[in-house]
Design a protein around this ligand. Sequence first.
Ligand code: TPP
Ligand code: SF4
Length: 308
Amino acid sequence: MSDADEPTRYRRMQDLPSTHLLGSGTSLCAGCGGLGAFRELYEVLGERTVVVNAAGCMSLLATHPFTPFRGSWLYSAMASAPAGAQGVRDALDILIAKRRIPADEDLDVVVLTGDGAASGMGLSATSAAIDRGLDFIYLCYDNEGYGNTGQQSSASTPHGARTATDRGPRGYPGVKKDLFALWVANRPAYAATIIAAEPVDLARKVEKAKRMKGPRLLLALAPCPPGWGFDPKDSIEIGRLAVRTGVWPLLEYADGRVVRTKHYEPRLPVERYLERQRRFAHLFEPRRDEQTLAAIQTAVDEACARVT
Ligand SMILES: Cc1ncc(C[n+]2csc(CCOP(=O)(O)OP(=O)(O)O)c2C)c(N)n1
Ligand code: SF4
């Protein structure tokens, strides 16, 4: 049995930790889906964790002299969090080899990054870290834009979404870069898509990632109230709709194959997700953009058909 097939301790909501490891009172937005995913991940990983944080919204978590982390946090430039993680990993390995710290006091090294850095300027550093087999967890919270600087489009912005840089009647003309597929093509130890709105699925994947070694991706869709245009109280509902429409399939890669970890059948029409966000309002008013709506639905159908 491989590590990915081993049973996990998280089967139901009641099994989830309630330790509240991450301190409250950050200056992030209410309803931030990225913070929700990170908070849930931190509960499962525990405080023996070093977080290497690429510049982005989550940089606002720790503002000197305050920190919500129980463990260490290192701030890095946008492109270089994997290089920072390499330095931390090397330092830990040297300290253990010199018996300055016992092996059982080792720490998990976690990169925390937005999609702008992950799928754009940080991609080559990430690819090189995977090539080197770096022993780290890479959490990308994907808010589908450069959130911290006002939701400009990133390479991860979905087709048709309006952003600060795509104000025209058709929204973003490109297609969302598939970071999960890019990682899988590099044959990491583990890769999974997660979302705060599915906390049991998330906890199971974090637990599996924790017991493995090597490069491990956890890619969280991060509903973003100001960037996507919805009320913060609807963040979990928007996340659930992303999964139930197939916009955000919950996937897992291990041992050379990709599987779907949660099925909702029949899938809801993708419009149920789009119509709840101001960034897609131009697809419905003043008249329906049938062409773009059909293109988005077809792309989702095709992506869902590729995974079982
Ligand atoms: C090289 C460089 N260019 C621009 C910036 C300004 N900047 C800081 S955060 C940020 C947005 C990062 O976007 P993303 O990685 O998606 O994270 P998010 O802000 O969405 O959390 C930018 C452009 C920077 N810090 N470094
Ligand atoms: S802009 Fe979006 S991603 Fe950034 S803190 Fe606010 S809700 Fe979170």
